[in-house]
Ligand binder design. Structure first.
Ligand code: SAM
Length: 268
């Protein structure tokens, strides 16, 4: 995946760990694998969510898959550094669109920030359903990038965000896939489909959280700067202005940050 939006640099790999820490409370509020044993994580990246799953649910064994070798290497060393993960996970290099597992192997599945990068979320979810036992549950967490709002209005951030989303669409990904998860799960035969919009909204009531999230957001946006520059989607000047505007918003006592994403749960 040489055109992968975020790339596979060391900074990006560190960013994924930091992102999982920042977002853990919101993402995991409703996730429950306490009655599960064999859980599949699709698009596990550097193991940032895998670590959280293994820590929160001490009875599970986790099978992780990811397309990229260097993510898997980092995930292996990250999880090896946590004593509670020992002997409880395997990570395999695999394409989520063609899972190399027999059917009915797992009793739970977890996908986070991966369907936005695949050409066919339907194909991935059909594969995940095939390998799940009847009665299994699945959690899918995904972006809804049209929900991003920042005040004061920051035109270069906005321009860059449009370029970011357009690039992802051009690569056959989907920066809005979160809103469609209910439909996609139903189309693949999942039952009891439930969707919940989760939101980060920070204003002057939560100045510290607001500062942390704007900083996290800057890292997220700029993780795509190399590939967007390479493909002439943005200029060096645009990037400098994005930095400047986000720094200004971050210092503004009246700033507002808002972003919503979707978490879907369903059963087989
Ligand atoms: C944004 S990262 C998210 C990683 C992890 N879920 C997390 O939240 O930290 C997306 C990951 O999906 C992987 N990926 C993208 N397309 C894939 C596919 N078709 N099959 C398996 N993994 C894929 C990428 O290599 C990358 O590691």
């Amino acid at each position: 995946m040489s055109n992968y939006l975020h790339g596979y640099s060391k900074e990006e790999q560190d960013r994924l760990i930091h992102q999982a820490e920042m977002t853990e409370n919101t993402i995991y509020q409703n996730v429950d694998f306490s009655d599960n044993k064999h859980v599949l994580e699709v698009g596990s990246g550097v193991g940032a969510q895998s670590e959280i799953l293994l820590r929160r649910f001490p009875k599970i064994e986790l099978t992780c898959i990811d397309l990229n070798e260097s993510q898997i290497e980092v995930a292996n060393s990250y999880l090896a550094s946590k004593s509670y993960c020992k002997d409880r996970y395997v990570i395999k290099k695999m394409n989520a669109e063609h899972l190399e597992f027999d059917g009915y192997q797992f009793d739970g599945a977890f996908l986070c920030w991966v369907l936005e990068h695949v050409p066919s979320p339907e194909k991935v979810l059909s594969e995940v359903r095939r390998v799940l036992k009847p009665g299994s549950k699945i959690y899918v967490t995904e972006v809804m990038n049209s929900s991003f709002f920042l005040d004061p209005y920051s035109p270069h951030v906005w321009k860059y965000w449009m370029a970011f989303n357009d690039y992802q669409l051009e690569q056959a990904g989907d920066p809005f896939v979160g809103a469609k998860l209910g439909n996609v799960l139903i189309s693949q035969g999942f039952k009891n489909v439930y969707t919940k919009v989760k939101n980060w909204h920070f204003d002057k009531r939560h100045p510290q959280h607001r500062t942390r999230f704007i900083s996290y957001w800057k890292d997220l946006l700029l993780s795509a700067s190399d590939i967007l520059l390479k493909n002439n989607c943005v200029t060096e000047e645009d990037i400098a202005m994005v930095n400047k505007e986000l720094n200004e918003v971050s210092r503004n006592p009246d700033a507002v940050f808002n972003y919503s994403f979707m978490q879907a749960t369903a059963e087989v």
